[in-house]
Design a protein around this ligand. Structure first.
Ligand SMILES: C[S@@+](CC[C@H](N)C(=O)[O-])C[C@H]1O[C@@H](n2cnc3c(N)ncnc32)[C@H](O)[C@@H]1O
Length: 353
């Protein structure tokens, strides 16, 4: 999957925003022709999925032509649109409905199940507008192609079960949750914190005790705490080699992953050079990343005594770099992961298939 940033303009000003997006009037969106050329070339390079993001992609004045172009590329299995959902009025829904591409996936960000939590980071009125957007998507028959992205923070974490309930009622296909990354605006002293180990444990307890939540989670959920617990005795972390989800920003720099905007791994010129040339340069530069990642799992001291070392192996190298600037450090969720891996209750996932 390759992520393309269409613009760094956004109609919201979220206090956790890692690309630090600003008002659409103050930025230049990436030209349509540039985006279309990159999409065409990526499809011919046999990329499976393109993710269009921002900023807010729906503030790009030509978003429809860009999305439509991506959806009509032969070979692409999936096109995702990451949006805050607040601009999804009836006209835009009609446009999305007219795409007729089953591989179109709309990802709406919802950072809570109530305006109290969501609006705290995304601004007053944004929960209601995003909710309206989700309702319209569902009413237009696009609910199965829509999922919600939730950023786990201390103030909203307890609402995850209610969020799944809300999505169930709305007919939205699922929720992907990711823990706050200490990058961009989330790095400053803005009173937004990551969840605590006891919040994670409470969720595991709930999964254990509440059949309704468990069955809903199986249909709709993807929450780190529960997925770590499921995989705690396997080596699933080995699947990520840190270079399979490149990210192209609005300056035309390509990075190995959106979690890894490290200057030493940036290749410039994606907006005006052939992507085949750019990718060849990038692959040469990124070749050492899987090796560094393998060294991390062998050498990191805190991992040597951790019950989850097989599964976690130092966690995500991108997150580790984002939080500390050092590739050879454990990721910022180390304490959270340890609390999950050492959770003492019954192995609830056993026999669940
Ligand atoms: C950067 S936004 C851009 C797309 C669109 N404007 C939106 O709100 O979804 C893409 C996703 O990144 C998430 N995000 C932003 N800053 C983050 C951070 N510091 N940690 C984790 N996720 C973050 C957002 O919540 C959103 O789901």
């Amino acid at each position: 999957m390759v992520t393309l940033m269409m613009t760094n303009g956004c109609n919201l000003r979220c206090s956790h925003c890692w690309p630090e997006s600003c008002s659409p009037e103050s930025v230049q969106p990436v030209p349509t022709k540039t985006l279309q050329r990159m999409i065409r070339e990526l499809a011919s390079l046999e990329v499976e999925e393109i993710c269009l993001t921002g900023g807010e992609p729906l503030t790009h004045p030509d978003w429809f032509n860009i999305l439509n172009y991506a959806c009509s590329q032969p070979g692409l299995k999936r096109v995702s649109l990451q949006t805050n959902g607040t601009l999804l009025d009836d006209t835009k829904i009609k446009v999305l409905h007219s795409m007729f591409f089953k591989g179109l996936q709309i990802q709406v960000s919802l950072d809570g199940a109530s305006k109290r939590t969501h609006d705290r980071v995304r601004g007053q009125g944004s929960f209601e507008s995003a909710l309206q957007g989700l309702k319209r998507l569902s009413e237009a028959g696009l609910g199965k192609q829509t999922q919600v992205a939730f950023t786990e923070m201390q103030h909203n974490f307890a609402e995850l079960p209610f969020l799944l309930e809300l999505l169930d009622d709305l007919g939205i296909s699922g929720c992907v949750s990711g823990t706050l990354v200490p990058q961009g605006r989330a790095k400053g002293a803005n009173q937004i914190d990551s969840p605590t180990p006891s919040q994670y444990k409470k969720l595991l307890d709930l999964y254990q005790s509440d059949l309704e939540f468990r069955s809903r989670y199986k249909r709709l959920g993807n929450i780190a705490a529960l997925e770590w617990l499921k995989g705690r005795s396997s080596e699933s972390a080995q699947e990520c080699v840190c270079i399979e989800t490149p990210y192209i920003n609005t300056e035309g720099q390509i990075y190995p992953c959106h979690f890894l905007p490290a200057p030493e791994f940036a290749v410039k010129g994606a907006h005006h050079r052939s992507l085949e040339t750019v990718m060849m340069e990038a692959i040469a530069l990124w070749a050492k990343l899987p090796e560094i990642d393998h060294r991390r799992r062998r050498e990191l001291q805190p991992c040597k005594v951790c019950p989850g070392r097989l599964h976690c192996a130092g966690g995500c190298m991108g997150r580790a770099y984002a939080a500390t600037g050092d590739f050879m450090s454990v990721e910022d969720r180390c304490v959270l992961r340890k609390s999950v891996y050492s959770w003492k209750n019954l192995p609830i996932f056993a026999g669940e298939g």
